[in-house]
Design a protein around this ligand. Structure first.
Ligand SMILES: C[S@@+](CC[C@H](N)C(=O)[O-])C[C@H]1O[C@@H](n2cnc3c(N)ncnc32)[C@H](O)[C@@H]1O
Length: 267
């Protein structure tokens, strides 16, 4: 007998799984204003592109979790043929409007609808942290990348946004911040392959709390896991959060732990 979701006891739904429908919806809604606020993504993506020294890396690029296609376009400007892939239809149609890539594919990076060995480079900037299983994602990237090709990815690691998490702990017991993998777990996921990883901390500084929170909303970072519960942001909660927020010379700091990975596809 087939079970439907309504047959399942709600308490037994795995609350640690990411809610992909919610992620696609949140990013889709953020598409129009995304590039204006996604300064961190632009910095990490540029850094990731520079991790490849040689121009001789082949022509077919997959931009996995392409968002607005900001980096699809950067690769196109380098003369590459680019497949832009994203879970969010809203992001893809934005990328299409900008003619950011050559092909557009709505899909899930944990289950790519692409043939084995079909791209030369798989590029993925700050997208894999939204997935359930990093090893599964890397396996998929490895499967679709040709022998001798490259996988370039960046992701967030544990410790990212700790300032905001600390402040929320003073307000309620809900989880407000995505849970990011420890650096060692990311390194372990790369172990099956010849690889190189680098870790860097990026700091952002805001004069007020509201623009800080908006910067997270702007990147669609608010809809996360099944079971996430979060009270409404009333004026009272906002001022309590602001009072609890760790500050530096009166400024609100937000730190990101970024991991950059290069995987060499020796097959
Ligand atoms: C933080 S944005 C980064 C976008 C782009 N790579 C950039 O550098 O600007 C993350 C993107 O990953 C997409 N995404 C999240 N989970 C995904 C999945 N499982 N499969 C494909 N795309 C996904 C989101 O829809 C979003 O567009």
């Amino acid at each position: 007998m087939d079970l439907t979701v309504s047959d399942v006891d709600k308490n037994r739904i795995d609350k640690s799984r990411v809610d992909k429908q919610a992620i696609a919806g949140a990013f889709g809604k953020a598409a129009a204003r995304y590039d204006a606020v996604a300064k961190l993504q632009q910095q990490t993506g540029e850094y990731l592109m520079k991790m490849v020294q040689s121009e001789d890396i082949g022509n077919r690029i997959l931009d996995a979790g392409c968002g607005t296609g900001f980096f699809s376009k950067r690769w196109k400007q380098k003369g590459k043929r680019v497949i832009a892939l994203d879970l969010a239809a809203g992001m893809l149609s934005h990328a299409k409007g900008l003619q950011a890539a050559d092909y557009y594919l709505q899909g899930d990076i944990e289950n790519l609808g692409l043939a084995d060995n079909s791209v030369d480079v798989c590029f993925s900037n700050l997208a894999v942290q939204w997935c359930n299983e990093l090893p599964r994602v890397l396996q998929e990237f490895h499967r679709v990348t040709r022998p001798g090709g490259l996988i370039l990815f960046s992701t967030l690691a544990q410790g990212s946004l700790w300032e905001l998490e600390t402040a929320w702990k003073h307000i309620d017991d809900y989880r407000h911040i995505n849970q990011f993998l420890p650096l060692q777990t990311i390194a372990d996921a790369c172990q099956p392959y010849r690889h190189q990883i680098r870790h860097q901390q990026y700091n952002q500084r805001y004069p007020q709390l509201l623009p800080l929170l908006n910067s997270l909303k702007g990147i669609g970072a608010t809809h996360l896991h099944h079971g996430r519960q979060q009270g409404l942001m009333t004026r009272k909660r906002m001022s309590a959060l602001s009072a609890a927020y760790p500050k530096n010379n009166g400024d609100y700091l937000l730190s990101y732990q970024i991991v950059f990975g290069v995987i060499y596809c020796d097959k």
